[in-house]
Write a protein that binds this ligand. Structure first.
Ligand SMILES: Cc1cc2nc3c(=O)[nH]c(=O)nc-3n(C[C@H](O)[C@H](O)[C@H](O)COP(=O)(O)OP(=O)(O)OC[C@H]3O[C@@H](n4cnc5c(N)ncnc54)[C@H](O)[C@@H]3O)c2cc1C
Length: 396
């Protein structure tokens, strides 16, 4: 059967945002096709949340997102809320649970979310063309012509839902940014995010024996603070607090860690100094509150590993300050091969916050991660994919 060529809406990218947009538009009676170069639908959803997909966060609000325009995401997020997605999940009888901090995960498998979205698209009449390489896009008159390995498609609306650059090994590309540039739309500089940090050369040497050690900390990067664990790796820091901080960090900036959150280190150390226990070496005192290997390293780096009664008041105060404000200057973040998201993207100044349509190119839409709206760890990025996909789907 010859492939139909004329559609109301062509969506490039069959990920979360693309499928949400497709089902929404098709339910309005629009003739919709999703084109994707992958052979598999929704690959990022499949690998998300450790295979269980953290599909939303019940506390999602605009403050959990980073963008050059922090107000841009408000309209879409308010019109498609976490509850709306939860209703869809319930309608499809997918069991889920809150893991922590409002993060909702499937009880069983992320593939249930992909199956649900595919079913929603199928029911609404949206079609999929997978394994489809896009060669070029042109706008002639009020129609887009998309030339692909499956032939040319024509449409009134073109929705770009190609995601970001993270995990190129499963097909992520910068194609969405290329399309934006082709139509003269600005891009906010992109960077890998939610990926954690690499140590500087000196710190890599200092901490080479600590992989696997995890600490409860408050990490601060500029004004953003997170209370969660950090995890030492062979090359740097991972763990939820480090991933969160990497969303806010730029090259050359410092990270601060409170290693004893909600605890007064100076009072504690002073008390030990004046107790009958005051001949205990610092590393052993610290290992009451911190993992032993880290405590040893910390005492050594502070050059204070001696019985605590040999430390004067100024040294105790200095030590306490370092415990509450341990500072690192990472050499960089880990990079796109591990990053959960791409920070930056299509400049929101170019788009309508109501519809995601490009202001100077009628009919051209950008949704999901390709846009300069990036969420914290914890289900926020999917909520943005659903909300921006819905906003465009109502309009395209
Ligand atoms: C390991 C990992 C775990 C994650 N876990 C979570 C989580 O639990 N919760 C959460 O909220 N977020 C999570 N994220 C982030 C989340 O997956 C993304 O933000 C979200 O998938 C973005 O949706 P999207 O539809 O914009 O893009 P994508 O899901 O990336 O979809 C883009 C689609 O476009 C296609 N495409 C790309 N280039 C081309 C091209 N040139 N031609 C044709 N098609 C193309 C791709 O094949 C893909 O199907 C995770 C990310 C990763 C990498």
């Amino acid at each position: 059967m010859a492939l139909e060529r004329d559609f109301d809406v062509v969506i490039i990218g069959a990920g979360g945002a693309g499928m949400m947009c497709a089902s929404t538009a098709a339910n309005r009676g629009r003739k919709v096709i999703l084109l994707d170069h992958s052979t598999k639908i929704g690959r990022k959803i499949l690998i998300s949340g450790g295979g269980r997909c953290n599909f939303t966060n019940i506390g999602a609000n605009p403050e959990s997102f980073v963008s050059q325009n922090p107000h841009f995401c408000k309209s879409a997020l308010s019109r498609y809320r976490p509850d709306d997605f939860v209703s869809l999940v319930r309608k499809h009888k997918i069991r889920y649970h809150e893991k922590k901090l409002g993060q909702l995960f499937c009880d069983d498998s992320a593939s249930q979310i992909v199956d649900m979205l595919v079913e929603e698209c199928d029911d609404a009449g949206a079609r999929f063309q997978m394994d489809c390489q896009i060669f070029s896009i042109k706008k002639t008159g009020d129609k887009f012509v998309i030339s692909t390995s499956a032939g040319d498609f024509r449409s009134e609306s073109l929705v770009v839902a190609t995601g970001g650059l993270s995990i190129p090994q499963i097909g992520a590309t910068g194609f969405g940014y290329d399309i934006a540039r082709q139509f003269d739309l600005k891009i906010v500089e992109t960077a890998p995010a939610l990926d954690g940090f690499n140590f500087s050369k000196a710190d890599a040497e200092h901490f080479k024996d600590l992989p696997g050690i995890s600490l409860d900390t408050i990490v601060t990067c500029k004004k953003a603070t997170f209370r969660e664990n950090i995890l030492f790796t062979h090359t740097g820091l991972s763990g939820p607090a480090s991933l969160q901080a990497s969303l806010y960090w730029h090259k050359g900036e410092a990270l601060k860690f409170d290693l004893l959150p909600q605890f007064d280190a100076e009072k504690w150390l002073s008390r030990i100094k004046t107790s009958h226990n005051n001949k205990v070496e610092l590393k052993n005192v610290l290992s009451e509150k911190l993992p032993k290997r880290f405590a040893e390293k910390f005492a050594q780096l502070m050059n204070m590993n001696r019985p605590i009664n040999q430390l004067n008041e100024r040294q105790i105060s200095d030590l306490a300050q370092h415990l509450h404000g341990w500072t690192l200057h990472p050499s960089g973040t880990v990079g796109y091969r591990k990053a959960e998201v791409t920070r930056g993207g299509v400049d929101t100044k170019e788009l309508s916050s109501q519809t995601m349509e490009a202001k100077k190119v009628p009919g051209l839409y950008f949704i999901g991660e390709v846009v300069d709206v990036t969420g914290q760890l914890g289900g926020y990025n999917f909520q943005w994919a659903w909300a921006s996909g819905f906003a465009a789907g109502e309009s395209c």
